[in-house]
Design a protein around this ligand. Sequence first.
Ligand code: F6P
Length: 496
Amino acid sequence: MSLKPAAQNSQPLHQTNGIALDSAYQGIDAAGWTSLFQQARKAHLEQFIADLFSGKHINNSEDRPALHSALRNLDKSPVLVDGKDVMPDVAEVWHRIEALCNKWVGVTDVIHIGIGGSDFGPRLAIEALAHVPDIESRGMRMHFLANIDTAELNRILQRALPHSTKVIIVSKSFTTLETTMNAKAVVKWLKNNGLTDSQVSKSLFAVTANVPAAEAFGIEQDHIYPFWDWVGGRYSVWSAVGLPIALQYGFDTFKEFLSGAQAIDQHFKTAPLEENLPVIMALSLLYQQEKHHIKSYAVIPYADALDWFPKWLQQLDMESNGKSVDRDGKLVKFSCPVVFGSSGSNAQHSYFQLLHQGTEIIPIDFIAVREPMSHLPEAKAHHRILLSNCLAQAQALANGKKTDNPNNTYPGKRPSNLLILPKLNAFYLGALLALYESRTAALGALWNINSFDQPGVELGKVLAKPIEAALKDGGTVQANAGIDEVTAARINLFNQ
Ligand code: F6P
């Protein structure tokens, strides 16, 4: 692999909507790119993209489309799911979100209860947008309650003021154990703090694709914000799952967020493969995987505001494409590498040693933002240092350094992309998330994997039930059909 400077590289810099992708340090020459685009065409990537947006049932195992793009289709042009235009229902939810934003006065705390895709997106957005200089915030304390561990619940309940708290229960299925148990605990806390049944009802809201289950939980009908089974959980922040964004920063900011994603949808749908940013990102990973058998890749945003981004991306990528069989049930040679990362420059003082000198090649996506994220007098100087570190790390990884001392030698030839956002606001945050969603979908298509189901998460949930019963009963457990010898011994340790 030779890593050439941008000027000599045939596929170095691409832009859309002010976002730039520089793949010069991928070490892919002109012939390499040509063959990658040929490979993409052979895998029918263009047809896949058309099918994705047209509502074809590309989630073949669950026999449904993956149409999260309809949720950010702000011009409301018809989007058909099995012949029915879904945009009137989508727009109706937008109206209700906007109305709710204007209604919540005097709310001090919002407890958003949800996990996985019902948590990461809004949590990331609330955190990221809080850093946008001059953003208007309603100043509510947004608490995200995901973990079944009561540590999180306890921390939140100690801070929230029960009489001015609203609770949003977010679950596509409305059957997720962590979410329903946490919701029950919060309802109990409201009651224990003197709220009447009617006050509790006024405080409870739900976002779900299973409206009957939310009603059965006791949520008033007009407090339920629906989304649909054609929206995957990890693709759901664009639905009412993103309510906290609208409530905290205003409906216009939420729309900006959607519009950034919509701009990327337009790009992904229409740009030729050779100019298509998500496709180029996907192909660069594919190249490193096929050529160097990479097992993991890192994403390092040089923006503290995006510290949650790698966690969001872990679910997106690994739940979508962490599979061993293709759409036809055949074993695949390659699928999703392990994704990790955290914000720079902090990350440099943690695992960058391994990125530079470890035995594995780990491709990196560096993400940089042109504008500083504060108006402090120090902002410009600090931002220059942040950017210079980002650029320096990529260069050091690519070129390495030879010395007589093996301990001080950097092997180099470690590939990376650089993604540059003009600024970090709701529009570019939406665009960033949609870029990666499209990249994930493109990779799934290239591997011929269905990126829209997650069967692998079920077995552990099933096995947890008899184990929980055994922990509850106490006493000594023998191995049985649902509990093997190792686990029986472990249960007995806890039951001692
Ligand atoms: O168990 C995995 C998962 O199903 C994710 O796909 C999903 O985002 C999360 O659980 C939460 O699911 P729900 O929104 O239905 O509560």
